[in-house]
Each structure stands twice: as structure tokens, then as C-alpha cells.
Design a protein around this ligand. Sequence first.
Ligand code: HXC
Length: 273
Amino acid sequence: MSVPESKYLSPVWRDGIFNGRVVFVTGGAGTICSMQTRALVRLGANACIIGRNVEKTEAVAKDIATVRAGAKVIGIGGCDVRKVENLQAAADRCAKELGGIDYVIAGAAGNFIAPIEGLSSNAFKTVMDIDVLGTFNTIKATMPHLLRSSSPRIIYVSATFHYTGMPLQAHVSAAKSAVDSLMASVALEYGPRGVTSNVIAPGGIADTEGLARLGSGADAEQASYAKGIPSGRVGTVRDVADATVFLFSDAGSYINGQQLPVDGAAWRRQGAI
Ligand code: HXC
């Protein structure tokens, strides 16, 4: 899979701004997080991506490594974020092989569309476990490494559903509220030790499983969905990757404890779209 650079990075960033940095990414084989990682690696970082599927995670890691000569990208499959020991082993391996961890993207998430009456307690718990416990486990496993970095940063990939509540997404809305809350606690608890902790909240992003599942996969559906977005278009993975580059760059060093929706202001009209 060869991805043109213009698909995941705006031409405004400087080469090498992440030289010597290492990013650890859960959910890193997914569409959005793999593009965030690709952008960071293109600008100098090395990366470790974590996923449940071994083959997919290793293949995506190999592909991301092609964006820059000399890039090191490790893919660790078979890692379930619900198991803290899986993450601890992955974080330790990342630090050992790549020399540390400077940035974390907590991107692993579970999602499906279901009405509350179609959600078993176990279904609700499953999403809470992947999103909330998984994020907590990611923080636990990586924090000892982050605290050794001169520029420790965390981004959580959240959502905007919970700003208003969302039908058929009760489980995800509840989970993302908790993720945002964890983000804020980390910002306050670890801000004094140099860590920044921020949420990126993508809206509907073109060509992702999420948008397809929400029923906006087809071109016609996507065009009608886009009309209701104040910025007049559906988001792209590049929009999310650019926001990531900004927050991890030196330009983002004083931004801490914030939620950054990357959604063309869609959430402000949520329910009306
Ligand atoms: C109702 C469902 C369901 C569905 C699963 N369950 N799918 N209930 N409607 N469509 C229930 C099961 O019946 C079971 O409950 C419980 O959830 C656990 O299911 P498992 O399959 O055993 O869980 P698991 O193998 O751990 O898989 C987790 C998963 C799966 C969340 C269900 O979809 C997954 O692995 N997802 C990871 C990838 C993913 O979802 N990425 C999307 C991120 S996109 P019972 O009671 O039967 O035991 C995103 C952006 C937003 O987050 C997109 C908006 C849509």
C-alpha cells in the first residue's frame, strides 16, 4: 500500500522536527492512527504500533517504515489493551529497541452501532474495557518511560458523541467521556513533570470504518452528510494527522488538558446534521 504524502501530511511542516523521538501508538494499525504515525515518522520519529491482529499490525508497521529512509517502526500484534501486562511488555520492548518513549497516542477503541435495548451488559462493558481501561493501561505502561523523556506528550483519540449524547452510541459516548476525564486528570497530575495530555476528537473522517458504519460510506451519503457540516466537507485522515503533528511539535508545548475537535465544527450542530 503506497500512500501519497499529500494524503497524510500538509506541506507546511519542517523535515526532521521529530528526529530522535519515539512514538508508541495503540490501535496503530487502524486507519486514523496509522496515518498519524505515518506523519510523525515522515518528520523524523521512530514508532512502535500496537494492535490485536498480528499480521495486520506487522504489515502496517512495515509499510509505515517506507516513508523515510532509516525509519524504525516496530509492529507488536497480539496485544490487547484490556490486559495491562500486554501493554507493559510492549512498552518495555519499544523502549529497549527504540531507546525510549517520548509520545503516546492512545488510539485503540471498540465500536459498533447498537440501540440500548440491543446492548447486553457485556457489550457495554466490552467497549468500556477497550476504551477506558485500555487507555488507563496505556498510561500506566508508558508513564515510567515518558517521565524519562525531555518532551513527554500524550494524545488520546476520542470523539465528540458525548458532548451532546448520541443515539445508538450510548456505550461509546460513555466511554469517550471517561477517556476525556482521564486526559484531564493526567494533565493536572503530570503537567508539573512536563507531560502534556490532550484529546483529539475526530468528527466523521472520510474512508474510515467509523464513517462507513455510521451510514455515510457511499459517495451520495457522504455528500449529504458534508452539507450539514459547518466547514462544508467531511474530515480527512490528514486533518487528524496535522493536528497530531502540531500538538507533538514544539509549537504545542503549552497546550495541556485540552479537547481538540477536528470536525469542521460538526459537533456544534450535532443532532441537526
Ligand atoms: C450489539 C454487540 C455487537 C453489535 C458485539 N456485540 N458487536 N452487541 N451490537 N454490533 C457484543 C457481543 O454480542 C458481546 O456481548 C460483546 O459485545 C463482546 O463481543 P466480542 O465479539 O466477544 O468482543 P471482542 O472480540 O472483544 O470485540 C470487541 C468489539 C469489536 C468492540 C465488539 O467490534 C472490536 O474488536 N472492535 C475493534 C475495532 C473497532 O471497533 N474499531 C472501530 C473504531 S472506530 P454478549 O452479551 O453477546 O457476550 C471508532 C470511531 C467512531 O471508534 C465510529 C462510529 C461508529
